[in-house]
Design a protein around this ligand. Structure first.
Ligand code: HEM
Ligand SMILES: *[C@@H]1O[C@H](CO)[C@@H](O)[C@H](O)[C@H]1NC(C)=O
Ligand SMILES: *[C@@H]1O[C@H](CO)[C@@H](O)[C@H](O)[C@H]1NC(C)=O
Ligand SMILES: *[C@@H]1O[C@H](CO)[C@@H](O)[C@H](O)[C@H]1NC(C)=O
Length: 429
């Protein structure tokens, strides 16, 4: 991953204010919507200073006994997903399957890594990915299919996002589901930079999450579940997690962050975080809604007699839970995202130093907005561009895609997304 710094970019584009020339090949990323890049610059500086203990790699747990997830076992076949390849797409069975000891719940130990994603934390607690929280492409893609009957295309794209945006390593295909474990994820010793894991703020992890604080509002802890926010999730959705309820919640969280967080940034990757909220009804629930009880168990929280919630750090699969029958893939999640987003749209962009909010341009996002008439295919292209275009990320400046990442994406996905006629990748270097 090649990371261009914002200040270097600003310096090189004096002649074209708002347009960043990446790589000198004449291809420009249009950031003209962002009239003031100071928020990006300040955030970048702040992270470089690395003053938050929560984000310090030295405080990242280290389990010297890394055990990969158990190999696929024909006695407990789930949807037959193995080796990172597509399974049979058939769900509707109980998870874990009765008698499957490899996948029983075990609470994480003090040397195990957990992070901002309730889904990955749960998969690690059940051993569908390595229990120490250092996982890889194959484990992640198999687990999403076997446990949730997520379609291969969606499982692959979200896993690639973690690798390609710099949370993990595109050569080893490993990533940490939480804090910076570069010594264990990097294929070769890194000369500069690090692999921050899913905690890495502004890569995949973004502001205005449902259950996690914003990075700069919580001294770098944007990964631990906040029970006040969980209570808000239940209240705003009315305790039934439907698409419409979640749309209200995401809209509310966006405005809350925009007001409270001077460093608020909701870049193009916000789209992925937003779309993941559709997993509540679609993957945890029956496709229409998910109950508070189900969501609470998956999120590892428990209600006390006085109504308050406690976080037990024990994300798990509810007793007797069954996976959805039909696979849930890229087209499904994009359709859900559009429906939820367009019901109560929010802007893509960030707060500026003088307290204004600036919208940005990225693919079909213009001036921070997605047009209500956008097609599903054009939205899929946005996802594709997130993988293959330089993405204005928060902390690392603009995330630029190197050839290793490009090669991984194109060799893995083949024509899955190029068939749609999406604009070609820019600036592969
Ligand atoms: C395949 C690999 C996956 C990766 C790399 C991944 C990564 C992430 C990351 C980095 C976040 C934080 C986004 C933010 O800051 O808002 C997140 C959020 C989330 N993920 Fe995952 N995820 C994966 C799979 C799953 C699965 C299988 C599920 C459940 C079915 C899931 C459910 C969620 C939910 C519900 C959130 C939102 C949490 C919130 O807003 O508080 N994820 N994921
Ligand atoms: C980062 O550290 C430098 C040197 O200590 C300091 O001058 C600067 O103000 C810090 N920046 C931020 C945003 O904290
Ligand atoms: C949890 O979220 C609430 C509401 O945003 C906030 O006031 C509180 O400081 C957060 N608590 C922690 C421990 O981060
Ligand atoms: C998780 O922890 C809570 C509180 O400590 C406890 O009540 C609950 O039974 C635990 N759940 C599992 C699956 O271990």
């Amino acid at each position: 991953m090649k990371v261009a710094t914002i200040s270097a970019l600003i310096g090189s584009t004096a002649a074209f204010p708002g347009l960043l020339n990446l790589g000198g090949d004449g291809k420009l990323l249009d950031l003209s919507g962002l009239s003031d890049l100071s928020v990006l610059e300040l955030n970048q500086q702040k992270t470089k200073n690395n003053t938050y203990p929560a984000a310090d790699p030295k405080n990242c747990p280290f389990n010297h006994d890394h055990k990969p997830a158990a190999k696929w076992n024909p006695d407990f076949p789930y949807s037959h997903a193995k080796n990172g390849l597509p399974g049979n797409g058939k769900g509707g069975y109980q998870v874990p399957m009765p008698g499957d000891e490899d996948h029983k719940f075990i609470a994480p130990g003090k040397n195990d890594i957990r992070g901002p994603c309730p889904g990955m934390n749960m998969l690690a607690n059940h051993g569908f990915i390595a229990r120490d929280g250092i996982t890889n492409f194959q484990e992640s893609v198999d687990a999403c299919q076997n446990v949730f009957n997520m379609n291969w295309d969606l499982a692959t794209v979200i896993t690639l996002i973690a690798l390609v945006l710099g949370d993990g390593d595109v050569l080893s295909q490993k990533f940490s589901i939480g804090c910076d474990a570069t010594s264990r994820t990097a294929a070769v010793e890194l000369i500069a930079g690090s692999q921050p894991g899913l905690n890495g703020h502004g890569n995949f992890e973004v502001d205005a999450s449902m259950s996690r604080d914003d990075y700069f509002l919580a001294e770098g802890d944007a990964f631990t579940l906040n029970v006040t926010l969980f209570a808000q999730m239940v209240e705003t959705t009315g305790g039934q997690f439907t698409q419409s309820g979640i749309s209200s919640l995401k809209h509310q969280r966006w405005h809350q962050s925009q007001q409270e967080n001077p460093n608020f940034f909701f870049g193009p990757i916000g789209l992925i975080s937003y779309a993941a909220s559709a997993f509540l009804p679609e993957l945890y629930g029956d496709g229409k809604s998910a109950s508070t009880e189900t969501v609470a168990t998956f999120f590892g929280v428990h209600q006390q007699d006085d109504g308050s919630w406690i976080y037990g750090h024990n994300e798990s699969i509810p007793e007797g839970w069954t996976s959805r029958k039909e696979p849930y893939g890229l087209v499904g999640v994009v359709e859900n995202f559009l429906k939820m987003y367009l019901e109560k749209p929010v802007l893509f962009g960030g707060n500026t130093a003088d307290g204004h909010f600036d919208g940005l341009d990225f693919g079909a996002i213009k001036d921070g907005k997605i047009d209500a008439a956008i097609s599903v295919d054009d939205t899929l292209c946005l996802v594709y561009q997130l993988l293959l275009w330089p993405v204005p990320g928060l902390l690392n400046g603009v995330l630029d895609i190197g050839t290793d990442a490009l090669e991984l994406v194109t060799s893995t996905l083949g024509s899955t997304l190029t068939d749609l006629g999406c604009p070609a990748p820019v600036n592969a270097s």
